[in-house]
Write a protein that binds this ligand. Structure first.
Ligand SMILES: [Zn+2]
Length: 196
C-alpha cells in the first residue's frame, strides 16, 4: 500500500510540474456536456471521449448506473454548471453483470474480505464475520448491457428534476476495441423536447 501512495505522489509531482495554464480554467465545463460511466479500471473517459481538463463532467460509479446519487450530480451539472448534453456509457464485460443482489448480499453476509470468482461464479473465501447490511442496498447489477443503458437513460429522462430539453445519448464502450457503440433505443428514449 505504501508503494501505491509513493507512486501516486511521484506521478502527481510530475503532473503539477507541467501544469501550465490549467490553474486558470473556469469551473463550468467548457464543452458543456457530462458523461455518466462505469468505474471499471479499463475505461478512461478522458481518452475514449477526447477530454482535456476543464472540458466536461465525468460521473462514475459501479456500472455507470443512474443511481439517485448519479442523478444528484447530473442535476448539479446543468442547474449550476450549465451542461447541455449528457451521455450514459456502460461497457462490455462489466463486473456488474457477474452477480445479483442476492449473490452480493450472501457474500457480504459471510465475510467482508475479497471474494473469488470461478467457473461456478462468486465464492466467499474470507473468515468472517460478515454483515447483513448488504440486504439494504440495491446493488444496481446489470443483466443485459443494452437494456441497462436504455433503463438508465429512461430514468434520467423521466426524472422530475431533469429538464426535457437536455438530450441524453446511450452508448456501450467495447473493452476489446475501445469503440463506443450507440444503443439506438436509448438515444431515442433520451431524445430532447423543445422546452425545458
Ligand atoms: Zn463496469
Amino acid at each position: 500500500m505504501a508503494d501505491v501512495v509513493k507512486e501516486v505522489l511521484a506521478a502527481n509531482k510530475k503532473y503539477a510540474k507541467d501544469f501550465g495554464d490549467k490553474g486558470k480554467l473556469a469551473m463550468p465545463p467548457a464543452r458543456r456536456f457530462a458523461i455518466l460511466t462505469c468505474m471499471d479500471a479499463r475505461l478512461d473517459p478522458a481518452q475514449y471521449a477526447g477530454l482535456a481538463e476543464g472540458d466536461a463532467h465525468v460521473i462514475r460509479n459501479a456500472g455507470g448506473r443512474a443511481s439517485d446519487d448519479a442523478i444528484r450530480s447530473l442535476v448539479i451539472s446543468y442547474k449550476l454548471l450549465g451542461t447541455r448534453e449528457w451521455f450514459v456509457i456502460h461497457h462490455t464485460d462489466c463486473g456488474m453483470e457477474t452477480f445479483t443482489d442476492d449473490i452480493m448480499r450472501g457474500l457480504l453476509a459471510k465475510s467482508l474480505e475479497t471474494s473469488k470468482i470461478g467457473k461456478g461464479g462468486w465464492k466467499d473465501v474470507g473468515k468472517g464475520p460478515g454483515s447483513t447490511e448488504g440486504d439494504y442496498i440495491d446493488w444496481l447489477t446489470i443483466g443485459n448491457n443494452a437494456k441497462s443503458v436504455v433503463a438508465d437513460v429512461a430514468r434520467i429522462r423521466n426524472h422530475p428534476l431533469v429538464p426535457k430539453n437536455i438530450p441524453i445519448y446511450g452508448y456501450i464502450y467495447d473493452v476489446k476495441t475501445g469503440k463506443l457503440v450507440e444503443v439506438k433505443e436509448a438515444t431515442k428514449v433520451g431524445k430532447a423536447g423543445k422546452k425545458p
